[in-house]
Design a protein around this ligand. Structure first.
Ligand SMILES: [Zn+2]
Length: 341
């Protein structure tokens, strides 16, 4: 009689994060290539928790041979360099995340600062608020990333082998341009990173500018495609980057699609009732109270901008740039109202 295959061991260590959402799920897969998926943020507390979590499981940070990052945000990837420096782990990340992974360097932070200046300026954020939000973001980069220079770049489609199974790399842009999910076809297990969460709606980050030679990135459009791709997988369990796992990934995806459709409808309503030409920031202020809070401003603008990009492509909104912020109105709105303003 054929011996039943032992289910693969996958452990989860919840690592603290000094900003929202408070913790990140780090997955540890023991075996002949001990692997971490998303080690967490670079902080003494996170490092201690990861070390104690691994020790409870009979392992050590120095044993780790492979680190796979679902994307390059600090709460997932910040510790990667520090873990790699202690042992001999190779760090795997999608190539579109390279710049994010290098924000520990002052040179890259300076480039990012220029990008944020343009990003907030185009959105119609006042210089004071933009400067404060940029400081918060750059400070987060500086504190929460350990230096790393050697990475193995993924592009999607690769198969990563473990003792009892394989993980297929799926390029799932939307949350970031280089987000990936990892899928185990044999068990229907989906490591979802921040592409799917059971309790919170993942935000989409619109990039300041695509790297030279890379195609432009339309965050919401690509995120909606990602939801279709994930929805078509025979997934039985989604293991997200934050919060509880989900045994009904299909339901989750349906809920996220409905949520996006509601946000889009809200923007249409705001454009119908507001001044004829509105900036991304003016729309955001009406959508979310307290939107100017520095820590969430980037996320909020990204959401609105992503939605407007899709609506502009579909011809639903018209946009003008006249030396200042980009301004939008619904197509079909009476242009006379514009002159009257
Ligand atoms: Zn995250």
């Amino acid at each position: 009689m054929e011996r039943m295959k032992k289910p693969a061991t996958i452990e989860m260590i919840e690592v603290p994060v000094p900003f929202s959402p408070g913790t990140t799920n780090c997955y540890f897969i023991p075996g002949s290539t001990p692997t971490l998926i998303d080690p967490g943020v670079y902080s003494p507390e996170a490092f201690k928790r990861l070390q104690s979590g691994l020790r409870e499981l009979g392992a050590d940070i120095a044993d780790i041979e492979r680190i796979i990052l679902t994307h390059g945000h600090a709460d997932h990837a910040g510790l990667a360099g520090a873990v790699a420096a202690l042992g001999r782990a190779a760090v795997f990340v999608h190539r579109r995340e390279e710049e994010r992974m290098l924000v520990w360097s002052e040179k890259v932070r300076k480039q990012k600062a220029e990008g944020f200046h343009d990003f907030f300026g185009q959105a119609g954020v006042s210089q004071n608020i933009a400067a404060k939000a940029t400081r918060v973001l750059l400070d987060r980069f500086r504190r929460n990333f350990s230096p790393i220079s050697e990475m193995v770049f993924l592009q999607g489609g690769e198969l990563l082998s473990f003792d009892q199974f394989e993980l297929r790399v799926l390029h799932t842009p939307g949350h970031t341009a280089g987000s990936i999910c990892l899928f185990d076809d044999s068990q229907g297990l989906l490591f979802a990173g921040d592409s799917l969460h059971a309790k919170i709606v993942p935000y989409i980050s619109t990039e300041c500018e695509a790297p030279v030679g890379e195609p432009a990135y339309f965050a919401l459009e690509q995120y909606l495609e990602t939801l279709e791709v994930l929805g078509a997988l025979p997934a039985r369990c989604a293991l997200p980057g934050h919060g509880p796992r989900s045994l009904r990934p299909g339901e989750l995806i349906g809920r996220l699609k409905r949520n996006r459709a509601r946000r889009r409808q809200r923007i249409v309503e705001i454009l119908q009732s507001g001044t004829p030409w509105m900036s991304q920031f003016a729309i955001l202020e009406r959508m979310f109270l307290g939107a100017a809070a520095a820590g969430v401003l980037y996320m909020g603008i990204s959401e609105v901008r992503g939605c407007l990009e899709v609506m502009e492509k579909e011809g639903l909104v018209a946009a003008v740039v006249d030396g200042g912020p980009k301004l939008y109105r619904l197509n079909g709105q009476n242009p006379a109202r514009q002159e009257a303003n």
